[in-house]
Design a protein around this ligand. Structure first.
Ligand code: AZE
Length: 182
């Protein structure tokens, strides 16, 4: 079946990165395998004067079995022929944080209220995704507006990830820590 094949996932049409810039609060997430951001996830996207997109992100993590901290992350984005599909190079402010090169797809956004992000790390032999993560972002730390929730549910379905998301709590854990203050 064509269903759930990574190559068939629809992304945001006419994605305009300048409108995407600014602060996004993660309100939902689907975790990948292994270590990941736990909660208090806030991302800040910037478009440089040369129109290149970069981002910083913060979020609570637990590393080395039991060390809880706020991870300060940085990312640069490589463009692709599809404006909403990027390759994201990322690293942590501290060396013991994660580094990587992930897909970074914007599935849908209205730029002012909600955004749906998706990243497939491993494509399975049947062309579906074996290891993915996804964030539901809001411009408002309080969550999504009711009118955006229906759109988000529809997109979760199209990503074949309905029921796999968890709410992302914001309780101030990463506030007043480090270089970015979104
Ligand atoms: C993302 C968008 C903004 C920039 C970055 C993002 C992702 C960050 C991670 C971080 C993981 C850190 C871990 C540390 C121990 C998608 C929010 C960098 C995936 C696991």
């Amino acid at each position: 079946a064509q269903e759930c094949q990574v190559a068939n996932i629809q992304v945001m049409q006419n994605f305009t990165k300048t409108r995407y810039a600014g602060t996004w609060y993660a309100v939902g997430k689907k975790d990948p395998e292994g270590l990941f951001l736990l909660d208090n996830v806030v991302a800040q996207f910037t478009i440089d004067s040369d129109l290149k997109m970069t981002a910083t992100a913060k979020g609570r993590v637990i590393i080395l079995n039991n060390w809880e901290m706020c991870a300060h992350m940085f990312a640069t984005f490589e463009e692709t022929p599809e404006p909403a599909k990027f390759r994201m190079n990322y690293w942590g402010a501290a060396s013991y944080l994660q580094t990587g090169n992930d897909e970074h797809w914007v599935i849908d956004t209205d730029y002012d209220n909600y955004a749906i992000h998706y990243s497939c790390r491993v494509v399975d032999s049947d062309s579906t995704c074996l290891d993915s993560y996804s964030f539901i972002f809001s411009r408002h730390p309080t969550g999504l507006r009711p009118e955006d929730q229906a759109i988000v549910t529809q997109k979760k379905m199209e990503l074949c990830l309905l029921g796999k998301y968890r709410r992302v709590a914001h309780n101030g854990f990463c506030e007043n820590s480090g270089s970015i203050q979104p």
